[in-house]
Design a protein. Structure first.
Length: 196
């Protein structure tokens, strides 16, 4: 399982039939100012596992990692909501998962920790994002990610520090909540999701 977290070929191989759909990505390719935060310049990842590993390696300027969940798919791109573990930095991230390797660049103001190497220590080892939609995010996230990783990998591949996150009283900032509403409207416009 440890190898799965950093071996990009293994990440692709465990999804039957995925490899034949992948395009060749270039490490160090040029990116725009809005890389990863708009659908016009999505993060390239190597399948659904690559997406959640990418988020699990993101940190903000304060060195805080991120938790995240998938909101859905719009125009063939996966859309994730992520928040730093201190609940100060809320993001919407766009992914194109049909690439052979993950990007090694982070969106503006963020960085990737050891993007192509094994995890640096046992505290940061594991996943902090899921490809599932978590309807009460960030509430109940510990249970959601435990369940998702158990079903996908047969064991809980979750960063241990997530269990001790203080989620009480954490709410989406108003501007971020408006972006989430726009994402859900766009999903419904494509015929995905239900009207409320």
């Amino acid at each position: 399982m440890y190898k799965l977290l950093y071996d990009e070929e293994m990440q692709v191989a465990i999804i039957p039939g995925l490899k034949k759909h992948l395009k060749s990505n270039m490490k160090g390719r040029s990116i725009g100012d809005f890389y990863g935060v708009t659908m016009n310049d999505p993060i390239r990842a190597n399948g659904p596992i690559g997406e959640i590993i990418y988020i699990s390696r993101l940190v903000n300027k304060q060195g805080k990692g991120f938790i995240g969940h998938r909101l859905g798919t719009i125009s063939g791109l996966d859309v994730f909501e992520a928040v730093s573990t201190d609940f100060q930095d809320w993001k919407i991230l766009w992914f194109d998962m049909y690439w052979n390797i993950k990007d090694i660049t982070a969106p503006a103001g963020l960085e990737l920790v050891n993007s192509d190497k094994p995890w640096p220590d046992s505290d940061s080892l594991g996943l902090s994002a899921t490809n599932r939609f978590c309807s009460t995010f960030p509430y109940g996230f510990w249970g959601d990610i435990l369940s998702a990783t158990n079903e996908r990998f047969g064991c809980p591949m979750v960063k241990p520090l997530l269990q001790s996150l203080n989620i009480d009283g954490q709410e989406r900032p108003p501007n971020h909540a408006k972006i989430i509403e726009m994402v859900f409207l766009a999903k419904r416009a494509e015929g995905i999701g239900e009207d409320s």
